[in-house]
Design a protein around this ligand. Sequence first.
Ligand code: BGC
Length: 382
Amino acid sequence: MKRKLLSLLLAASMLTAVLAGCGQSGNDTTGGQTGNDQQVVDNGGDDVTTPAPAADGAIKVGVAMPTKDLQRWNQDGANMKEQLEAAGYEVDLQYASNDVPTQVSQIENMINSGCKVLVIASIEGDSLGTVLEQAKENNIPVIAYDRLIMNSDAVTYYATFDNKLVGIKQGQYIEQQLGLASGAGPFNIELITGDPGDNNARFFFGGAMEVLQPYIDNGQLVVRSGQTSFDEVATANWATEAAQNRFDAIISAYYSDGTQLDAVMASNDSTAQGVTTSLENNYTGAWPIITGQDCDIVSVQNMIAGKQSMSIFKDTRTLAAKTVEMVDAILKGGEAPVNDKETYDNGTGIIPSYLCEPVFADINNYEELLIDSGYYTEDQLK
Ligand code: BGC
C-alpha cells in the first residue's frame, strides 16, 4: 500500500514535470492520454526503482545511449530510467562507449529480449538502418532521442530540443556581446562544432552561422585560421581533447604574436572545455567570449570563474518526461505529443517531432536555472 502510494506520487510528479516543462509550446498537439493509468499506479507492488514484472509481465522499454563519457548522457539515461520505471515499465538501459557496433548489438539484444519500444540516442545517425529493419519487422516502434536517426523508415517519432535554435542563440550572444548589429568590429573569431555523424551538429552550426555569416562576409568578423566550413570545424565524437588539439594549433599559428582572439563559437560544452584548456596553456591576450551548450558541471564552474561566457541549458528531465509521454501514448495506442512536422526529414520523410525549448544560461541566471530548479546542488558547482 505504501509502495503503491509512492508510485502514485512519483507518477504525479512526473506528470507535473511534463506539464511544467516542454508543454509551453503553442502548437503542442498532445494526444494519447487515455486515462488508463494501470501501468502508472500498478507496478506489481515492487520497489519503484527496480520493478519486477507485473502479473502479466511488465512491458520492457529499451533505452540506448551513446556514451557515459559526457555528463549529459548519464543524466539522460538516469532520468529516462527513473521516469519509465515510475510509470511501471521495465527498462533495459545501455551505453555504447561511442562505439557504433556496440550500439548496434545492444539494440539487437533489446529487440531479441522483448522490448516493446526502443528509445535511441544514436552515436552515428546513419549507422542503424539495418538493425532497425529488424525492429520494424517485429513491429517495435522507435523513438529517436535527442539525435535524429537518418535514412531509416523505422523511426516513428523524434524527441529533442530545438537544435537550430541552440545555434541561433549562441550566434546571437556573440552578436550582442560584440555589438555587431550596430557595426562594431572587426573582431577575430574562431569556430568549433561537433561530430559529423551527429545530425544535431549541422543544425547547431547552421543556426549559429545563420547569425554570424553575414558579419564574416562584410568583414566585421574575421576568422584568421580561415576554417569556416562545417567539415573544417567539426570535432570527432565531440571530444574535448580533439578540440584542445585543434585550438593548440590555431593559437600557435594565428594568435601567439599578441593578436587578440575576441570570440569562439563553440557548439557545446565538451568542445568549449577543450578550447578553454588550450587558451589557458597557450594564449596570453584578453580572454575571448566562449559559447557552449549543456550546462555541464565543469562548464558552469568555468562560467562562474569567467572562463566560459554562456551555455545553453537543455533540461534533460524535461526531455525524458516528454519521451516517456511518447512511449506511453504509443503503447496505449494513442497519438504521441508532437509540435513539429516539418523540420526533421531523416531521408525517408519527415519524422514527427517534439522540440523542447533550449534556454540561455550565463553567470546572471545559472543559480535560478540550475540550483533553484534542483538540477544541481550548490556544492556540485564548487
Ligand atoms: C547533443 C548535445 C551534446 C552533444 C555531445 C549532441 O547530439 O544534442 O547536447 O553536447 O551531442 O554529446
